[in-house]
Design a protein around this ligand. Structure first.
Ligand SMILES: C[S@@+](CC[C@H](N)C(=O)[O-])C[C@H]1O[C@@H](n2cnc3c(N)ncnc32)[C@H](O)[C@@H]1O
Length: 342
């Protein structure tokens, strides 16, 4: 390859891969009757879920994506179809597209996956949830599965880890524990940026072994190491002055995240910091599109979603943390949410 300078901006990649949800989230809403239900009057999430026969948690994630695309809006806690969807996606609208869209339902497997989850709240039988989230939920991962998941997560996190690791707050820390650290990509970038910072990647034992091979290959083994620990069932190592969680809270429910936050609080010293690296939904849950579409993937494959800042603040404060702050991580949709154990 000729030597063009690399770019940290992977936004076109995110726009492109998440485009797989754009048409199906609309064809599902059209088929199940979301636009019709929201055309007569504004409905709360629960009212809309009852009217169309949907699971409320799944519907809230679908509505966030539909709002980001301009098909619905939320006012005073009630959802309403916009003029766009009332005109083109309501059977009585002036220019109903439903009979055209119907051809694209069966040919797109994501339509059926999103429909199953919307109706039942259960995850569809798809490869991603079998190989990733289900392994995590078992808490018992084979080396073979860990190597495959590490490859997948590593490719996804190269660009955001470069942006996040440059944040000067990491230079003020001594020892960071990267909880659910995956391939170790963040530990590698922290080591490259901050020579006085040590990072321990804590993950399930097989994933910790996979991360160690990435750390060794990057030549930063003097400042990064690993710990094979089940974050739900085992005691967390003591010593680090900060805990970092990237794309971990989005895998789990509020209740499970509250448990993680409490375990973090218990293991940190006084003055210690918790740092979350997540794509945040806007405060009203109506977008932006990239986090909203990422949240559809979480709905299909995990027990979580992309949270708003308020939702994360509630979890962190509930565990005892104070001074919850959020800032953008770089030229991407990620944010760094920090809080302190006083
Ligand atoms: C979505 S990945 C995030 C990986 C990495 N932080 C990143 O952003 O690229 C979630 C990580 O949580 C880890 N994990 C899941 N269940 C776990 C458990 N019970 N104990 C420790 N780690 C766990 C997985 O192995 C995986 O590496």
């Amino acid at each position: 390859m000729t030597a063009l300078p690399p770019t940290d901006d992977d936004s076109a990649i995110w726009e492109t891969w998440l485009s797989i949800y754009r048409l199906p989230v609309v064809t599902v809403a059209e088929e199940i009757g979301t636009f019709t239900a929201l055309s007569d009057r504004g409905l709360t999430l629960e009212e809309c879920a009852a009217q169309i026969g949907a699971d409320a948690r799944a519907l809230s994630i679908h509505l966030g994506a539909l709002a980001a695309l301009g098909f619905v809006e939320k006012r005073g806690g009630k959802w309403r179809s916009t003029s766009l969807s009332r005109t083109w996606l309501h059977p009585d609208g002036a220019g109903y597209y439903g009979n055209f869209f119907s051809r694209f339902r069966e040919s797109n497997p994501i339509h059926a996956q999103l429909m199953t989850t919307l109706k039942t709240g259960e995850r569809p039988d798809m490869e991603l949830s079998k190989t990733n989230a289900k392994e995590w939920e078992k808490g018992d991962m084979s080396d073979e599965a860990a190597i495959a998941i590490a490859k997948f997560m590593h490719a996804h996190s190269v660009a955001p880890s470069k942006s996040a690791a440059r944040n000067p707050m990491f230079g003020e820390l001594t020892h960071l524990m990267d909880v659910g650290g995956g391939s170790g990509i963040f530990a590698i970038e922290f080591a490259k940026n901050w020579p006085d910072l040590r990072t321990t990647v804590m993950d399930l034992p097989a994933m910790a072994r996979a991360a160690q091979s990435y750390i060794d290959a990057a030549g930063v083994g003097d400042r990064a190491d690993t710990a094979g620990v089940n974050m739900f069932e085992e005691e967390w190592p003591r010593g680090p002055d900060a805990h970092f969680f990237s794309n971990v809270f989005h895998d789990w429910s509020e209740e499970t995240n509250s448990l993680l936050a409490r375990k973090s609080f218990a293991a940190l010293p006084s003055g210690g910091k918790i740092i979350l690296h997540e794509m945040l939904m806007d405060d009203d849950g109506c977008g932006p599109w990239i986090p909203a579409a990422f949240s559809l993937l979480m709905l299909l494959g995990t027990l979580g979603k992309q949270y708003t800042f308020e939702e994360l603040r509630t979890i962190l404060e509930g565990a005892g943390f104070t001074d919850v702050q959020s800032d953008r991580s770089g030229m991407n949709h990620y944010s760094l949410i920090t809080a302190t154990k006083v």
